[in-house]
Ligand binder design. Structure first.
Ligand code: PLP
Length: 436
């Protein structure tokens, strides 16, 4: 049988959008140049993982079900092997963890356990965006997970350029008003307030307060995505928007990808907004998200929930403390990367080349501005001729921004690779600048 031919133009428009190709290209180039030192991926370091611990976590979860929840052997069997509750089964453990780690007081019923934060983004967007007039504001440059999800759902996205310390409340407000004046309904603003991907920026506390006030004034919901908050270099963690939220505007997206491990594909949404039905009934936004989830992934795999649930139990629902080694590794890697950049590009050379980079208060990412075009072709040359990989910033912008910027991630490299990688990067930058 000959395979039937389909025309890409007949498929959904998102499939021809370069946005959805950006990740494929990065994966492909990484596999083509396995010897290259990679500052490209936002992956966690694998030295933090040990497969032997997985069985222990599973046992901790089973112990919790039997001892704390009074489950019989049959009930444990059902919990692990059977289809599960749509909103998830470790919601109570997660609610305790976010209370301990972030000071977020959420009722377990307001939680939806998802297949990564990524699924949470899809559920939230599908639920909130009712028609073509609804637009999503995003802090720009922006994580491709949300802009890609919006593209899949044909949701219009309006970028709000970040300022020196992340998004500014006045700019968000102005963007909401402009959208409204153009006949649109600005529905929500997506932001990563701590150690953002890709910019690395963190919002100061007063800016968080102002953003919340503006959201209330403009009737905007805020989608707060917080996968990197633990890895701030500040000694005292900054409060999440959700913990500061008095007006009930914040929908919180959590991910266990960086604080536990990404192989579990586990995340969650806290959606405690009240939804009034036509018949006067009231429920939670989380319940509406669950309806959508029932038609997408049905429920988040019980085994993943059991392993992460076991980790939460084993660490007394305090992941921040459990992440002490990871926090210190990423902090010291960020310091090492910034130090090496400083060493390889002293101020005189930097000024001559027209080179600069930011100094994030933590997280995985540094953004460097270069004098030449930092696109996929440049990345290919960097990998082939200099053995070093990074991420072109262009795909994080919806307009034509970022074409002279590259994102450097410090999470998936060893301290030794940072030294050698920056040496290689310097070689690439010298060559690219010379051939301009
Ligand atoms: C901004 C942002 N949100 C969310 C995630 C994690 O998503 P998930 O839990 O689906 O792995 C990432 C990971 O790269 C991210 O950078």
């Amino acid at each position: 049988m000959r395979p039937r031919k389909l025309d890409l133009r007949d498929l959904h428009g998102s499939l021809s959008d370069p946005l959805l190709d950006a990740m494929t290209f990065l994966n492909e180039i990484t596999s083509r140049y396995p010897q290259a030192i990679s500052f490209a991926p936002g992956r966690p370091s694998e030295h933090l993982f040990a497969h032997e611990r997985i069985a222990g976590y599973l046992a901790s979860y089973v112990g919790y079900l039997q001892e704390s929840c009074g489950y019989s052997v049959d009930q444990v069997r059902t919990a692990l092997f059977q289809y599960g509750r749509t909103k998830g089964q470790i919601h109570e453990l997660i609610a305790s963890t976010v209370a301990n780690d972030e000071g977020i007081e959420a009722t377990p019923e307001a939680l939806v356990v998802t297949v990564g934060a990524q699924e949470g983004m899809l559920l939230i967007l599908r639920a909130l965006f009712a028609g073509p007039a609804d637009v999503l504001l995003v802090s720009s440059p922006c994580y491709v997970g949300i802009t890609g999800a919006a593209r899949l759902l044909d949701i219009e996205v309006v970028p709000v350029p970040e300022e020196d310390h992340g998004p500014g409340a006045t700019a968000v407000r102005a963007a909401a008003r402009r959208a409204r004046a153009a006949g649109k309904r600005p529905r929500a603003f997506y932001v990563v307030p701590d150690c953002a991907n890709p910019s690395g920026l963190s919002m100061p506390v007063p800016a968080r307060e102002r953003l919340l006030e503006s959201a209330d004034a403009e009737d905007l919901l805020i989608i707060e995505d917080n996968p990197y908050g633990f890895f701030s270099r500040d000694t005292a963690p900054r409060p999440t928007l959700k913990s500061l939220d008095r007006g009930g505007s914040v929908i919180y997206l959590g991910s266990f990808a960086k604080t536990c491990f990404p192989g579990a594909r586990l995340g969650y949404v806290i959606a405690d907004q009240e939804v009034a039905g036509e018949d006067g009934t009231r429920g939670l936004l989380a319940d509406e998200l669950a309806k959508i989830k029932s038609m997408t992934t049905v429920n988040t795999p019980s085994l993943s929930q059991a392993v992460i649930g076991g980790m939460l139990v084993a660490h007394g629902c305090r992941l921040r403390e459990a992440n002490a080694a990871a926090i210190s590794f990423y902090r010291s890697n960020m310091a090492a990367l910034l130090g090496e950049l400083e060493r390889r590009f002293p101020p005189g050379l930097r000024a001559r080349l027209g080179l600069r980079w930011n100094t994030p208060g933590g997280g995985f990412f540094v953004v460097m501005t270069v004098p030449f075009l930092a696109d996929e072709k440049a990345l290919e040359r960097s990998a082939r001729d200099h053995g070093v990989l990074w991420t072109p910033m262009g795909s994080f912008y919806l307009d034509d921004g970022g074409d002279h910027q590259l994102r450097l991630s410090c999470s998936y490299v060893s301290p030794e690779q940072i030294v050698e990688g920056v040496r290689r990067l310097a070689g690439f930058i010298a060559a690219a600048s010379a051939s301009m």
